[in-house]
Design a binder for this molecule. Structure first.
Ligand SMILES: [Zn+2]
Length: 376
């Protein structure tokens, strides 16, 4: 669409504006500020906003055109980033050698702008397809969507398609499958004692945790796509003290939905009894994201994306990735879902994060055509 192709400069200006607002997942003020900038844009396009207020996180926003009736396409994009307050001031939005930089530039502030310009593009062409979308802008995707998951699941009901705006991969591919997973915290309580004076009085929480680490790691089954990582451990206070405290943080990834309850039960079983008599174990957490599986529905949608791509001269490959996203939620509820529709970039979640500028209008144009195609 000609309008989109000519909008690169305006899009970059808007991206600069929101990248330069700190909006880490715990920064309510910043995320709400980003939300307000976006709402202002949407209101100009005739969209109405439903604000789901959040006390500790940014408000979650649901937007649709005022003349929309029962939209069939759900678009998911998140406003939060992984970066702490002060990052935007430290290294604000910048452009170098065809790439844009800055905190959250491709995950996913550029995607937020791409959705707005896809809608604008459709309006410029008098294509009513923009009335067929409902857009969720959530505030907590980077921490597992604790306050927005239910909302996304509610809105998935009755939808035909879900388009998820995580960035395109560094090689340009969109995302057709993702692992699901969750996280656990295991806390062990023992009994402190001086290791020289009265070691027999102590009960070692660290020793107990060591047994559990070995057992948990043995649940790894890479052949079937199950990964358990005891990534952080803590415990003890001094070398001459029998430690009365130890803690482990555990990351779990699964590839198929049915693996979730099975692995959850195995972890609970391991942590249900002590190996070191007298220790007490507390396990918190669970599986919080189903995987995005490439089922028949999603395959069909993937095919449509590829066809739309080739009709506008963009070759679309797809990849499977280990990282989670909100795409899992609509997909698990039977909505045809595809992810990675944002502009292309790389080095997500670190200071070298970048967005490839030439893909900005390209992916926006793809999104606009895709919405049109799905609304025929
Ligand atoms: Zn993201």
């Amino acid at each position: 669409m000609e309008f989109i192709k000519q909008s690169e400069k305006q899009m970059l200006e808007l991206i600069e504006k929101i990248v330069n607002i700190d909006s880490g997942s715990y920064d309510k003020e910043g995320i709400d500020q980003v939300g307000n900038v976006l709402i202002e844009q949407y209101e100009k396009l005739g969209f109405t906003v439903e604000r789901h207020e959040n006390e500790n996180h940014g408000d979650n926003l649901v937007l649709q055109h005022k003349e929309a009736k029962d939209p069939k396409v759900l678009i998911l994009a998140h406003m939060d980033t992984v970066f702490p307050k002060g990052t935007a001031e430290e290294r604000p939005f910048s452009i170098k050698d065809g790439r844009a930089y800055g905190p959250g530039v491709v995950d996913m502030q550029s995607s937020l702008v791409s959705v707005i310009y896809a809608i604008k593009g459709l309006q410029e062409e008098n294509n009513d397809a923009y009335k067929n979308v409902q857009i969720v802008l959530n505030s907590d995707e980077e921490i597992g969507s604790p306050t927005s998951r239910e909302l996304i699941e509610q809105l998935s009901e009755g939808k035909q398609y879900a388009l998820v705006m995580e960035s395109g991969r560094a090689n340009g591919a969109i995302v057709s499958a993702r692992r699901g997973g969750g996280g656990y915290t295991l806390t062990v309580k023992g009994k402190a004692a001086h290791s020289g004076v009265a070691p027999e009085d102590g009960i070692s929480a660290v020793e107990e945790l060591a047994h559990k680490i070995i057992k948990l790691e043995q649940l790894n089954d890479h052949e079937n796509g199950i990964a358990i990582n005891v990534g952080i451990i803590n415990g003890g206070a001094a070398t001459n003290m029998i430690p009365d405290y130890a803690k482990a943080e555990i990351d779990v990834r699964i590839t198929r939905e049915d693996q979730g309850p099975v692995i959850d039960q195995k972890i609970k079983d391991i942590c249900a009894t002590s190996d070191v008599p007298g220790t007490e174990l507390t396990l918190e957490g669970g599986i919080n994201r189903p995987p995005l599986e490439l089922n028949d529905r999603n395959k069909e949608l993937l095919q449509i994306v590829k066809e739309v791509g080739s009709s506008i001269g963009v070759t679309i490959e797809d990849v499977h990735t280990g990282g989670g996203s909100d795409a899992s939620f609509p997909s698990a509820l039977g909505v045809a879902t595809i992810d990675g529709l944002g502009p292309v970039g790389g080095e997500l979640h670190n200071e070298n994060e970048y967005m490839v500028i030439e893909t900005l209008t390209e992916r926006c144009n793809l999104l606009a055509h895709l919405i049109a195609e799905l609304s025929l």
